[in-house]
Design a protein around this ligand. Structure first.
Ligand code: SAH
Ligand code: SF4
Ligand code: F3S
Length: 495
């Protein structure tokens, strides 16, 4: 847990939620006594880093109510899917897995199932679940995640019949689905419990929502308008994390470059970074995601001067064709993008740049894709996530006339992917023989004598070590390049 209840008793909403945690505890205790064993909950995350961080908040509340956490759905008494809807295949995965959960629930009737996250902010999804997935117990969205404890209590109230003799919930019955979706909120509730997945690194929300309305993207509709957290709240959270052993942080927002503009006392993202840099104990700083249109020279300067900001930048391109970029409402040109990359490389020569690219946007031709390939070559990406355009109902692009049938997208997609892979390989090879600092993240899954470390530039390196190395920074020589990762040796020189 990051924060104690008593840190900030004056925050009313958080206080209210702590009262609900106490109530939920009673239910969990009663159910656990009925079963004669502890209760297990499993939070499954789909989608991006924001969802991963939200899941840590859900897990924090679950732990406080008495649940033990497990990665295994099969072992769980309560399964929570934190969903994503950025592309249709994200939705399809959830529906597929729900089928499996239904069969689990038939074997284990007390199993509780909750759905939350971005996909739940869509009306059509809610209707479908109401109709065809009636075994789901609780649905909530992205805006009211902070009242998860309260929703748990409502769910339990619904599902249990009170035994009046002992006045504790006893009998489990199939109750009705609890649905609570908010359209929007301007609220940011601070100081709820968090259960971190990693001891040594953590994401931190610096803002929520998005105002950019890229024409293909559903995020602004499901995450609402852009809201920045107060810098002092962010800094306080990071200080607490540092005190708890966190050495690497990732500042999270859909467009971190516009952070702070709408605060009462506006502050730029670059200024925030300067303050984060001062926090003792934090050794590495990352951030996600940067929109190229808002990338300031001040930010480049701060990155250059910093000894903590990692030499990796995720800078989504989406398309290299000016015509398509305009239709996407990205508000930069190919030339402006490449100029930004040039400035970044000039300031920080060893920076690794990664990107996101969409292929098959309405009206896109092979000529447009060639423009994108040209940017991939010029920008020399260390990696690129390539996506086939997915039509999202309600977005402007979904209403555009010239939708490209998916089978026509594949040849262009494959061609682009090949260039991306070649470029990435060339970039990776440049590191061969170097000695660099790695943060040890975990034991290697395939070979238990190895650990996996991450370099500042996001490259992974496997080298001999053991679990006691996890969370430590160490110098490693990069001996063999295997495309997307290295194998190497530890060099005795701890920083
Ligand atoms: N806020 C981030 C991106 C969040 S979504 C940004 O602006 O960079 C992550 C990625 O999903 C996007 O960068 C984009 O490449 C991809 N994406 C978003 N909507 C999509 C859609 N409708 N079809 C295919 N890919 C999409
Ligand atoms: Fe979507 Fe664009 Fe906002 Fe990113 S910046 S979340 S792509 S609308
Ligand atoms: Fe998906 Fe929501 Fe993130 S739609 S990409 S989980 S903001």
């Amino acid at each position: 847990m990051d924060m104690k209840k008593n840190d900030l008793p004056y925050i009313d909403e958080a206080k209210l939620q702590y009262d609900y945690i106490e109530k939920a505890k009673q239910y969990v205790k009663a159910e656990s006594e009925r079963l004669g064993r502890p209760l297990f909950a499993s939070v499954i995350t789909f989608g991006c880093q924001m969802n991963a961080r939200d899941s840590e908040k859900l897990a924090g509340i679950l732990e406080q109510t008495g649940y033990r956490l497990t990665d295994s759905e099969e072992d769980a008494d309560f399964v929570i899917y934190n969903t994503c809807t950025v592309r249709d295949n994200a939705n399809q995965r959830v529906y597929g897995r729900l089928g499996h959960l239904n069969s689990l629930k038939k074997k284990k009737p007390h199993l509780k199932i909750a759905l939350c996250g971005c996909m739940m902010q869509e009306q059509s999804v809610i209707e479908k679940i109401r109709k065809s997935y009636r075994f789901v117990d609780l649905i909530f969205g992205t805006h009211n995640l902070f009242k998860f404890a309260q929703l748990l209590v409502t769910m339990f109230d619904n599902a249990f019949v009170e035994d009046s003799s002992e006045n504790i919930p006893q009998k489990s019955v199939r109750g009705s689905m609890v649905i609570d979706i908010w359209k929007e909120t301007d609220r940011i509730v601070e100081d709820l419990p968090v259960s971190r997945k990693y001891s040594y690194k953590s994401g931190i929300n610096i803002m929520f929502g998005c105002n950019n309305f890229c024409s293909y993207c559903i995020v602004p509709y499901v995450r609402g308008r852009e809201r920045s957290r107060e810098p002092k709240e962010i800094l306080r959270e990071i200080e607490l994390l540092a005190a708890d052993g966190v050495v690497e942080i990732m500042l999270l927002g859909q467009n971190v470059n516009s952070y702070g503009r709408n605060l009462e006392n506006p502050i730029s993202f670059a200024q925030l970074l300067r303050e984060v840099e001062q926090i003792d104990g934090i050794r590495r700083i990352r951030f996600m995601t940067s929109h190229p249109k808002d990338f300031s020279d001040e930010l480049i300067q701060v990155m250059k001067e910093s000894s903590k900001i990692c030499h990796h930048l995720h800078l989504p391109l989406q398309s290299g064709s000016n015509r398509i970029l305009r239709k996407m409402n990205r508000r930069y040109t190919k030339e402006q993008y490449l100029e930004l990359v040039r400035k970044l490389r000039e300031a920080i020569p060893d920076i690794a740049i990664t990107t996101d690219i969409i292929v098959g946007f309405p009206g896109e031709t092979m000529e447009d894709v060639e423009e994108t390939i040209d940017v991939v070559k010029q920008a020399a990406y260390d990696n690129a996530f390539t996506f086939i355009y997915s039509k999202r109902t309600g977005t402007p692009a979904a209403a555009m006339e010239d939708q490209v049938p998916e089978e026509l997208v594949h040849p262009a997609f494959d061609k682009l992917l090949k260039v991306v892979q070649e470029t990435a390989k060339e970039r990776a090879l440049l590191l061969k023989g170097k000695v660099m600092e790695a943060l040890v993240e975990e034991r290697n899954e395939q070979d238990a004598s190895l650990v996996t470390g991450r370099l500042s530039n996001n490259m992974l390196v496997h080298f001999p070590g053991d679990v006691s190395d996890i969370g430590k920074l160490m110098m490693v020589s990069l001996d063999e390049c295997h495309g997307f990762y290295y194998t190497g040796r530890r060099i005795e020189k701890k920083r």
